[in-house]
Design a protein around this ligand. Structure first.
Ligand code: CP
Ligand code: NVA
Length: 311
Protein backbone atom coordinates (compact mmCIF):
# COMPACT_ATOMS: atom_id res chain seq x y z
CA UNK A 1 0.00 0.00 0.00
CA UNK A 2 1.50 3.36 -0.97
CA UNK A 3 -0.10 6.45 0.60
CA UNK A 4 2.99 8.64 0.26
CA UNK A 5 2.20 12.26 -0.60
CA UNK A 6 -1.54 11.92 0.16
CA UNK A 7 -3.48 14.38 2.30
CA UNK A 8 -5.99 13.16 4.88
CA UNK A 9 -8.96 15.55 4.79
CA UNK A 10 -11.94 13.20 5.17
CA UNK A 11 -12.41 9.43 4.96
CA UNK A 12 -14.33 9.95 1.71
CA UNK A 13 -11.03 10.01 -0.17
CA UNK A 14 -9.80 6.73 1.40
CA UNK A 15 -10.88 3.23 0.40
CA UNK A 16 -11.78 0.61 2.99
CA UNK A 17 -8.50 -1.18 2.17
CA UNK A 18 -6.52 2.01 2.82
CA UNK A 19 -8.33 2.62 6.11
CA UNK A 20 -7.68 -1.00 7.14
CA UNK A 21 -4.01 -0.54 6.23
CA UNK A 22 -3.74 2.57 8.45
CA UNK A 23 -5.34 0.66 11.35
CA UNK A 24 -2.88 -2.23 10.92
CA UNK A 25 0.05 0.16 10.78
CA UNK A 26 -1.22 1.91 13.93
CA UNK A 27 -1.43 -1.44 15.70
CA UNK A 28 2.17 -2.23 14.75
CA UNK A 29 3.38 1.20 15.86
CA UNK A 30 1.51 0.77 19.15
CA UNK A 31 3.22 -2.58 19.81
CA UNK A 32 6.57 -1.03 18.96
CA UNK A 33 6.01 1.87 21.37
CA UNK A 34 4.88 -0.49 24.16
CA UNK A 35 8.22 -2.29 23.77
CA UNK A 36 10.00 1.05 24.13
CA UNK A 37 11.33 1.00 20.56
CA UNK A 38 11.51 4.38 18.86
CA UNK A 39 11.72 4.72 15.08
CA UNK A 40 13.28 7.03 12.53
CA UNK A 41 10.74 6.90 9.71
CA UNK A 42 10.10 10.66 10.08
CA UNK A 43 13.78 11.58 10.47
CA UNK A 44 14.49 14.90 8.77
CA UNK A 45 10.75 15.66 8.43
CA UNK A 46 9.36 18.93 9.76
CA UNK A 47 5.65 19.15 10.41
CA UNK A 48 3.54 22.25 11.08
CA UNK A 49 0.64 22.04 13.52
CA UNK A 50 -1.85 24.86 12.89
CA UNK A 51 -4.53 25.28 15.55
CA UNK A 52 -7.37 27.80 15.28
CA UNK A 53 -9.24 25.92 18.03
CA UNK A 54 -7.91 24.43 21.28
CA UNK A 55 -6.83 20.79 21.53
CA UNK A 56 -5.35 18.39 24.05
CA UNK A 57 -5.41 14.95 22.37
CA UNK A 58 -4.86 15.92 18.73
CA UNK A 59 -2.04 18.35 19.45
CA UNK A 60 -0.25 15.92 21.79
CA UNK A 61 -0.79 12.96 19.44
CA UNK A 62 0.80 14.80 16.50
CA UNK A 63 3.65 16.11 18.67
CA UNK A 64 4.56 12.84 20.38
CA UNK A 65 3.83 10.74 17.28
CA UNK A 66 6.20 12.87 15.23
CA UNK A 67 9.01 12.94 17.81
CA UNK A 68 8.75 9.15 18.43
CA UNK A 69 9.60 8.61 14.76
CA UNK A 70 12.44 11.15 14.68
CA UNK A 71 10.60 14.14 13.16
CA UNK A 72 10.27 17.75 14.30
CA UNK A 73 6.81 19.21 15.08
CA UNK A 74 6.20 22.98 15.20
CA UNK A 75 3.07 24.27 16.96
CA UNK A 76 1.49 27.29 15.24
CA UNK A 77 -1.42 28.71 17.25
CA UNK A 78 -3.74 31.14 15.50
CA UNK A 79 -2.44 33.99 17.65
CA UNK A 80 1.16 33.17 16.69
CA UNK A 81 0.96 33.34 12.91
CA UNK A 82 -0.31 35.76 10.29
CA UNK A 83 -3.03 33.40 9.04
CA UNK A 84 -6.46 34.91 9.50
CA UNK A 85 -5.02 38.29 10.47
CA UNK A 86 -2.73 39.58 7.75
CA UNK A 87 -2.34 36.63 5.41
CA UNK A 88 -4.65 34.49 3.33
CA UNK A 89 -4.82 30.71 3.59
CA UNK A 90 -3.46 30.40 0.04
CA UNK A 91 -0.32 32.43 0.81
CA UNK A 92 0.22 30.75 4.19
CA UNK A 93 -0.08 27.36 2.46
CA UNK A 94 2.53 28.26 -0.15
CA UNK A 95 4.97 29.50 2.50
CA UNK A 96 4.56 26.51 4.80
CA UNK A 97 4.72 24.09 1.87
CA UNK A 98 8.21 25.34 1.09
CA UNK A 99 9.45 24.80 4.62
CA UNK A 100 7.52 21.85 6.01
CA UNK A 101 7.01 18.27 4.85
CA UNK A 102 3.45 18.00 6.22
CA UNK A 103 0.82 20.24 7.80
CA UNK A 104 -1.86 19.49 10.40
CA UNK A 105 -4.79 21.90 10.44
CA UNK A 106 -7.50 22.25 13.08
CA UNK A 107 -9.99 25.00 12.46
CA UNK A 108 -13.49 26.11 11.65
CA UNK A 109 -14.10 26.00 7.91
CA UNK A 110 -13.52 22.74 6.05
CA UNK A 111 -12.86 24.80 2.93
CA UNK A 112 -9.69 26.10 4.57
CA UNK A 113 -8.15 22.69 5.08
CA UNK A 114 -8.94 21.91 1.43
CA UNK A 115 -7.23 25.14 0.34
CA UNK A 116 -4.19 24.33 2.47
CA UNK A 117 -3.90 20.95 0.74
CA UNK A 118 -4.38 22.50 -2.69
CA UNK A 119 -1.84 25.30 -2.31
CA UNK A 120 0.86 23.84 -0.02
CA UNK A 121 1.87 20.90 -2.21
CA UNK A 122 2.57 18.74 0.86
CA UNK A 123 0.34 16.26 2.75
CA UNK A 124 -2.24 18.07 4.89
CA UNK A 125 -3.98 16.24 7.74
CA UNK A 126 -7.35 17.41 9.03
CA UNK A 127 -7.14 17.59 12.82
CA UNK A 128 -10.83 18.67 13.00
CA UNK A 129 -13.00 21.15 11.16
CA UNK A 130 -16.62 22.12 11.81
CA UNK A 131 -17.63 19.38 9.35
CA UNK A 132 -15.27 16.42 9.83
CA UNK A 133 -12.86 14.84 12.34
CA UNK A 134 -11.33 11.91 10.42
CA UNK A 135 -8.24 11.24 12.56
CA UNK A 136 -10.57 10.60 15.51
CA UNK A 137 -12.34 7.84 13.59
CA UNK A 138 -9.13 5.86 13.16
CA UNK A 139 -8.62 5.88 16.94
CA UNK A 140 -12.26 4.89 17.47
CA UNK A 141 -12.00 1.99 15.04
CA UNK A 142 -8.68 0.80 16.49
CA UNK A 143 -10.39 0.75 19.90
CA UNK A 144 -13.37 -1.20 18.50
CA UNK A 145 -10.97 -3.70 16.91
CA UNK A 146 -9.17 -4.14 20.22
CA UNK A 147 -12.47 -4.65 22.04
CA UNK A 148 -14.27 -6.93 19.56
CA UNK A 149 -11.46 -8.31 17.36
CA UNK A 150 -13.21 -7.01 14.22
CA UNK A 151 -15.20 -4.13 12.75
CA UNK A 152 -17.43 -5.88 10.21
CA UNK A 153 -20.92 -6.57 11.47
CA UNK A 154 -20.70 -4.52 14.65
CA UNK A 155 -23.59 -2.23 15.53
CA UNK A 156 -22.46 1.27 16.50
CA UNK A 157 -25.01 3.79 17.75
CA UNK A 158 -23.96 7.44 17.84
CA UNK A 159 -26.20 9.42 20.21
CA UNK A 160 -26.41 13.20 20.31
CA UNK A 161 -25.78 16.02 17.84
CA UNK A 162 -26.26 14.10 14.59
CA UNK A 163 -24.84 16.72 12.24
CA UNK A 164 -21.58 17.59 13.89
CA UNK A 165 -18.06 16.64 12.76
CA UNK A 166 -18.11 13.37 14.76
CA UNK A 167 -21.48 12.16 13.48
CA UNK A 168 -20.51 12.99 9.89
CA UNK A 169 -17.18 11.22 10.13
CA UNK A 170 -18.54 8.14 11.93
CA UNK A 171 -21.18 7.83 9.25
CA UNK A 172 -18.56 7.84 6.48
CA UNK A 173 -16.08 5.57 8.27
CA UNK A 174 -18.65 3.03 9.45
CA UNK A 175 -20.40 2.70 6.11
CA UNK A 176 -17.02 2.10 4.44
CA UNK A 177 -15.76 -0.41 7.01
CA UNK A 178 -18.84 -2.61 7.33
CA UNK A 179 -20.08 -1.30 10.68
CA UNK A 180 -23.87 -0.98 11.01
CA UNK A 181 -24.25 2.63 12.02
CA UNK A 182 -27.21 4.29 13.70
CA UNK A 183 -27.40 8.05 14.22
CA UNK A 184 -29.79 8.64 17.13
CA UNK A 185 -30.63 12.30 17.30
CA UNK A 186 -33.60 14.72 17.28
CA UNK A 187 -34.81 15.34 13.71
CA UNK A 188 -33.56 18.93 13.66
CA UNK A 189 -30.01 17.63 14.13
CA UNK A 190 -29.97 14.85 11.56
CA UNK A 191 -27.04 14.69 9.11
CA UNK A 192 -27.43 16.39 5.72
CA UNK A 193 -29.36 14.35 3.17
CA UNK A 194 -26.49 14.57 0.68
CA UNK A 195 -24.04 12.96 3.11
CA UNK A 196 -26.53 10.24 4.08
CA UNK A 197 -27.03 9.37 0.40
CA UNK A 198 -23.29 9.22 -0.24
CA UNK A 199 -22.84 6.93 2.77
CA UNK A 200 -25.72 4.71 1.67
CA UNK A 201 -23.68 4.01 -1.47
CA UNK A 202 -20.62 3.08 0.63
CA UNK A 203 -22.87 0.89 2.79
CA UNK A 204 -24.16 -0.93 -0.25
CA UNK A 205 -20.59 -1.85 -1.22
CA UNK A 206 -19.58 -2.94 2.29
CA UNK A 207 -22.90 -4.71 2.90
CA UNK A 208 -23.91 -2.78 5.94
CA UNK A 209 -26.85 -0.69 7.13
CA UNK A 210 -27.43 2.96 8.00
CA UNK A 211 -30.23 4.05 10.29
CA UNK A 212 -31.07 7.67 11.11
CA UNK A 213 -33.67 7.92 13.85
CA UNK A 214 -34.96 9.92 16.81
CA UNK A 215 -36.27 6.82 18.61
CA UNK A 216 -34.11 5.78 21.59
CA UNK A 217 -35.31 2.19 21.11
CA UNK A 218 -32.75 2.08 18.28
CA UNK A 219 -29.94 1.34 20.75
CA UNK A 220 -31.24 -2.23 20.98
CA UNK A 221 -28.49 -4.68 20.06
CA UNK A 222 -25.74 -2.02 20.07
CA UNK A 223 -22.19 -3.30 20.50
CA UNK A 224 -21.01 0.25 21.13
CA UNK A 225 -22.74 3.49 22.03
CA UNK A 226 -20.82 6.62 21.09
CA UNK A 227 -21.45 10.16 22.21
CA UNK A 228 -19.91 13.61 21.91
CA UNK A 229 -20.54 17.06 23.38
CA UNK A 230 -23.88 18.70 22.64
CA UNK A 231 -22.16 21.98 21.70
CA UNK A 232 -19.07 21.72 19.56
CA UNK A 233 -16.26 24.28 19.69
CA UNK A 234 -17.65 27.53 18.33
CA UNK A 235 -21.27 26.71 19.29
CA UNK A 236 -21.06 27.72 22.94
CA UNK A 237 -23.89 30.27 22.55
CA UNK A 238 -26.31 27.43 21.73
CA UNK A 239 -25.78 25.64 25.06
CA UNK A 240 -29.19 26.27 26.70
CA UNK A 241 -31.13 25.36 23.56
CA UNK A 242 -29.10 22.18 22.98
CA UNK A 243 -29.47 20.96 26.55
CA UNK A 244 -33.26 21.22 26.19
CA UNK A 245 -33.26 19.48 22.83
CA UNK A 246 -30.81 16.70 23.66
CA UNK A 247 -31.77 15.84 27.24
CA UNK A 248 -33.74 12.72 26.13
CA UNK A 249 -30.57 11.51 24.37
CA UNK A 250 -28.26 11.42 27.37
CA UNK A 251 -26.12 8.26 27.65
CA UNK A 252 -27.22 6.98 31.05
CA UNK A 253 -28.13 3.67 32.69
CA UNK A 254 -31.68 3.66 31.30
CA UNK A 255 -30.43 4.08 27.75
CA UNK A 256 -27.79 1.37 28.23
CA UNK A 257 -30.42 -1.03 29.58
CA UNK A 258 -32.30 -0.66 26.29
CA UNK A 259 -29.43 -2.33 24.36
CA UNK A 260 -30.47 -5.69 25.85
CA UNK A 261 -26.81 -6.69 25.63
CA UNK A 262 -24.39 -7.26 28.48
CA UNK A 263 -21.24 -6.48 26.50
CA UNK A 264 -22.17 -3.05 25.06
CA UNK A 265 -19.33 -0.57 25.49
CA UNK A 266 -19.50 3.23 25.59
CA UNK A 267 -17.09 5.45 23.68
CA UNK A 268 -16.52 9.22 23.75
CA UNK A 269 -14.07 11.24 21.66
CA UNK A 270 -13.53 13.67 24.59
CA UNK A 271 -13.53 16.25 26.04
CA UNK A 272 -16.75 15.25 27.86
CA UNK A 273 -19.35 17.36 29.63
CA UNK A 274 -20.43 14.89 32.30
CA UNK A 275 -24.04 15.43 33.34
CA UNK A 276 -24.97 16.50 29.78
CA UNK A 277 -24.31 13.94 27.04
CA UNK A 278 -23.16 11.24 29.50
CA UNK A 279 -23.68 10.65 33.21
CA UNK A 280 -20.70 10.64 35.55
CA UNK A 281 -21.39 6.99 36.48
CA UNK A 282 -21.55 5.67 32.93
CA UNK A 283 -18.43 7.64 32.00
CA UNK A 284 -16.45 6.18 34.88
CA UNK A 285 -17.69 2.65 34.24
CA UNK A 286 -16.36 2.80 30.67
CA UNK A 287 -13.32 4.95 31.40
CA UNK A 288 -10.88 2.16 30.44
CA UNK A 289 -12.27 2.01 26.91
CA UNK A 290 -12.66 5.79 26.66
CA UNK A 291 -9.05 6.44 27.65
CA UNK A 292 -7.80 3.61 25.39
CA UNK A 293 -9.58 5.55 22.67
CA UNK A 294 -7.73 8.75 23.70
CA UNK A 295 -4.37 6.93 23.74
CA UNK A 296 -5.12 5.44 20.34
CA UNK A 297 -5.20 8.96 18.88
CA UNK A 298 -1.42 8.93 19.19
CA UNK A 299 -0.84 5.56 17.52
CA UNK A 300 -3.26 6.24 14.66
CA UNK A 301 -2.07 9.80 14.00
CA UNK A 302 1.50 8.50 13.97
CA UNK A 303 0.40 5.92 11.39
CA UNK A 304 -1.07 8.65 9.15
CA UNK A 305 2.14 10.68 9.27
CA UNK A 306 4.36 7.66 8.65
CA UNK A 307 2.18 6.36 5.80
CA UNK A 308 1.95 9.69 4.00
CA UNK A 309 5.51 10.97 4.59
CA UNK A 310 7.98 8.11 4.82
CA UNK A 311 9.45 5.94 2.08
N1 CP B 1 -10.90 14.26 20.65
C1 CP B 1 -10.17 15.35 20.35
O1 CP B 1 -10.00 15.73 19.19
O2 CP B 1 -9.65 15.97 21.44
P1 CP B 1 -8.89 17.37 21.44
O3 CP B 1 -9.91 18.43 21.11
O4 CP B 1 -8.35 17.50 22.84
O5 CP B 1 -7.80 17.34 20.41
N1 NVA C 1 -17.71 17.84 18.14
C1 NVA C 1 -16.61 18.22 19.00
C2 NVA C 1 -15.49 17.25 18.86
C3 NVA C 1 -14.32 17.50 19.77
C4 NVA C 1 -13.21 16.51 19.59
C5 NVA C 1 -16.16 19.62 18.65
O1 NVA C 1 -16.05 19.94 17.46
O2 NVA C 1 -15.93 20.41 19.57
Amino acid sequence: MNLRGRSFLTLKEYSSEEIAYLLDLAMKLKEKKKKGILGDSLKGKNIALIFEKPSTRTRCAFTIGCIDEGGHPEYLGSEDIQLGHKESIEDTARVLGRMFDGIQFRGFSHENVEKLAKYSGVPVWNGLTDSYHPTQILADFLTLKEQFGKLEGLKLVYVGDGRNNMANSLLIGSSKMGINITILSPKSLWPHEELINMCREYAQVSGTSIEITDNVQAVEGADAIYTDVWCSMGEEALAAERIQLLKPYQVNDQLLARTGKAHTIVLHCLPAVKGNEITYDVFERFSDQIFDQAENRMHTIKAIMVATLSQ
